[in-house]
Every structure is written in structure tokens, then in C-alpha cells.
Design a binder for this molecule. Structure first.
Ligand code: COA
Length: 335
């Protein structure tokens, strides 16, 4: 009797804008220092969009790279999962725009998800479930984020604006035999009671009319964050969810060859690894160069780690993320 399919990661791709914004550049715009930013977050520089970068075209570039590396064409994909917080249009979602740009000849479905920094982990879980059900065979996941145009790039907004970068990451997953290396399991969580701990409130459905131009000084057009609350919860939840996913698969942190953690803050990731007693060599960071690119951090960091030969086929890997919502989760896989 045929067994049900499993899911493997075929390829990844990434894109970051060419405009490098260093901590020194920010010192000229706001009351901050390179030392403060590096010490508190581990970030040295980030990429911010130029006039030609959009959520869509960054996502398209990352997706094309993933397709090229896998020697696949758009028509080899039968579902798109797209995530991004700030989209080209309020509606429709960017998934259909990506479908148009990539030139599909058939009307493949495009699903838009909004799970912030946990978006990639949510998307992998969803793609795996769909492939295991037999409904789809090959899925393109894209996370593309433009933060810089929404930030309060001034001393008033410095607690957030120094942390975020723009960029896109993509991954292609496909059905495989259960004997091949595959995604083993996923765990997802959310806790909406903390929604306001990291939020961008406007434009909002609460406003009548929604774009209230008569309130030009309304600061809710900028993201706001309770940084300490986010920090503490990120560590607790990422440690917890790694124990949860390993425990239910009869593994311990010692069984992991590599960890790809969401890139929000180097201190958060160091504390997570310390608590799990996972050596720092078993991870990779892009945070120092790209900042926090939300859903794109995991595919970008994984892509780089694979190209550098730090993660190899057949190894046991965990993806782990925590973000606004709060949302968090993990994927466990043999790569
Ligand atoms: N440059 C200089 N000073 C800054 C600053 C900046 N960019 N941003 C904030 N400050 C100041 C504050 O105004 C405050 O000053 P005060 O003490 O005079 O009021 C002080 O630094 C805050 O320091 P502290 O509270 O010790 O900072 P912290 O160690 O909590 O670090 C964060 C702040 C934002 C880096 C940290 O809370 C964090 O990373 N949180 C998690 C954020 C995150 O990961 N978000 C995304 C989740 S997906």
C-alpha cells in the first residue's frame, strides 16, 4: 500500500535592497549610537528599500532565485503562500501579484498569510500539511517585508526603527517519499492578549473614514512596541516550543545539528541557545547585516547557511520564530 507523501525543502532564494544603512548613518538622523545598537541588538547595518523596491518585486526576485536554483519554472508550482506585513495594495494580497509577475499559465491558488515574524514557520507547517494530504505537490513560500517606509526614523521612534530591515526570502517545498529527508513536525502557537505589545495600528478599520487625513500628527501610523515584554516572551516561548517539538518526537536539543532562529535580537538568540545548551556554532546569523526582516529572516538566514555549507543535506534542523501577535512556532526537519 502506498504511504502518504512527506515534504522536503527543494531550494531557497533571497533578496535584500542595495541601500545599506549603517548604525553610523542612523547616528546622523537620531539620538543613538552604534555602540548602543550593537550592544542591545547585535545589528551593525540593515538594508532599506530604494525607490524601485516594493514588497512584490523583492518577493519576485527571491522566488525567481529559488526557482532557478531548483531548475524549475513557475508552472511547476501548484500553490503560492505569500506573507508580508506592508503590502503593495491593501487588497488584493500580494500573492496574486506574485502569481501574475512569475507568469503562471494556469490559475494556481495564491494564499496570503499575516503571521508577522512567525510567518515562515506558519507557512512551512501549512505547506507540509497540504502536501501530506496529497492536495498539492509543490509549493512556493515567499516572505517579503518593507518596514522602513512605515518607521518613525527619528529619536522619538529609535527603539524600533534601528531594529528593522527590508528584504525577502523564498523557499520551494515538494512531495517526497517518507524515506527521503523531510519535514518531521511543526508546532504553532499564538496569544492575542499581547497583540498591542508590538503593533502598527493605522490605517485601521476603526477610523471613519479609514484614512483620517485630518489627523496628521497621529503617531499610531508608526509601529509601537513594549520591547522588554517582547524580549522576555521571545526567549521563554522559543525555548518552550523547541522543547515541545523535540519532546513529542522523542528528541533532545543534543539531537539537533543546526538551529535557524528568527533574527530579531542577538541577545535573545544567545539566551535561547544557552538555555537549551546548544553550542553557538550550531547556528547562523544575518541579523548583524540585515536587521529584523520579519517573515524573511528564516529563509534568508537558512539560504545563507546552506550556501556557506554550514547546514548540509541530511542534517536535523529546527526553525524557530517568535513575533508580534504574539505568535510563535517551530518546524523540525531532516534537511
Ligand atoms: N539608541 C539609544 N538609546 C535608545 C534607543 C536607541 N536606538 N532606543 C531606546 N533607547 C533608550 C530608551 O529611550 C531608554 O532610555 P531611558 O532609560 O533613558 O528611558 C533606554 O534606551 C532603554 O534601555 P533598555 O530598556 O535597557 O533597553 P533594552 O535593553 O530593553 O533594549 C530593545 C531595548 C528594544 C533593544 C529590547 O527591548 C529588545 O530587543 N526587545 C525585543 C524587540 C524585538 O525583538 N522585537 C521584534 C520581535 S519579533
Amino acid at each position: 500500500m502506498a504511504t502518504s507523501p512527506r515534504t522536503r525543502i527543494v531550494s531557497t532564494g533571497m533578496y535584500v535592497p542595495s541601500r545599506v544603512v549603517t548604525n553610523k548613518d542612523l547616528e546622523k538622523i537620531m539620538d543613538t549610537t552604534d555602540e548602543w545598537i550593537q550592544q542591545r541588538s547585535g545589528i551593525k547595518e540593515r538594508r532599506w528599500v530604494t525607490d524601485t523596491d516594493t514588497t512584490l518585486n523583492m518577493g519576485v526576485t527571491a522566488a525567481r532565485q529559488a526557482l532557478d536554483r531548483a531548475k524549475l519554472k513557475a508552472d511547476d508550482i501548484d500553490l503560492i503562500i505569500f506573507g508580508g506585513l506592508v503590502t503593495d495594495y491593501v487588497f488584493p494580497g500580494t500573492g496574486v501579484l506574485l502569481q501574475r509577475e512569475l507568469g503562471f499559465s494556469s490559475p494556481v491558488p495564491a494564499l496570503d498569510i499575516r503571521n508577522q515574524c512567525s510567518g515562515f514557520v506558519y507557512a512551512i507547517s501549512l505547506a507540509d500539511a497540504w502536501i501530506r494530504s496529497g492536495q498539492y505537490k509543490r509549493i512556493l513560500i515567499v516572505g517579503s517585508e518593507v518596514h522602513s517606509t512605515s518607521l518613525d526614523i527619528s529619536t522619538r521612534g529609535r527603539d524600533i526603527s534601528v531594529l528593522f530591515g527590508d528584504g525577502a526570502g523564498a523557499a520551494i517545498v515538494e512531495a517526497c517519499d517518507e524515506k527521503s529527508a523531510h519535514i518531521i513536525d511543526s508546532v504553532l502557537h499564538s496569544e492575542g492578549k499581547y497583540a498591542e505589545a508590538l503593533t502598527l495600528a493605522k490605517p485601521s478599520s476603526n477610523d471613519h473614514p479609514r484614512l483620517a487625513l485630518e489627523k496628521p500628527n497621529d503617531l499610531s501610523i508608526y509601529p509601537k512596541m513594549d520591547g522588554k515584554l517582547v524580549f522576555k516572551n521571545a526567549i521563554t516561548r522559543m525555548v518552550e516550543v523547541i522543547h515541545e517539538i523535540l519532546g513529542r518526537n522523542n528528541m533532545t536539543p543534543k539531537d539537533l545539528d543546526f538551529v535557524i532562529a528568527h533574527q530579531a535580537n542577538m541577545r535573545i538568540n544567545q539566551m535561547v541557545l544557552n538555555q537549551l545548551e546548544i553550542p553557538f556554532e550550531k547556528t547562523h546569523h544575518t541579523l548583524d547585516r540585515y536587521g529584523n526582516t520579519t517573515m524573511a529572516t528564516i529563509p534568508i538566514t537558512f539560504d545563507e547557511a546552506v550556501l556557506l555549507g554550514k547546514v548540509k543535506r541530511g542534517q536535523t534542523v529546527v526553525f524557530v520564530a517568535f513575533g508580534a501577535g504574539f505568535t510563535w512556532g517551530a518546524n523540525l526537519l531532516k534537511f
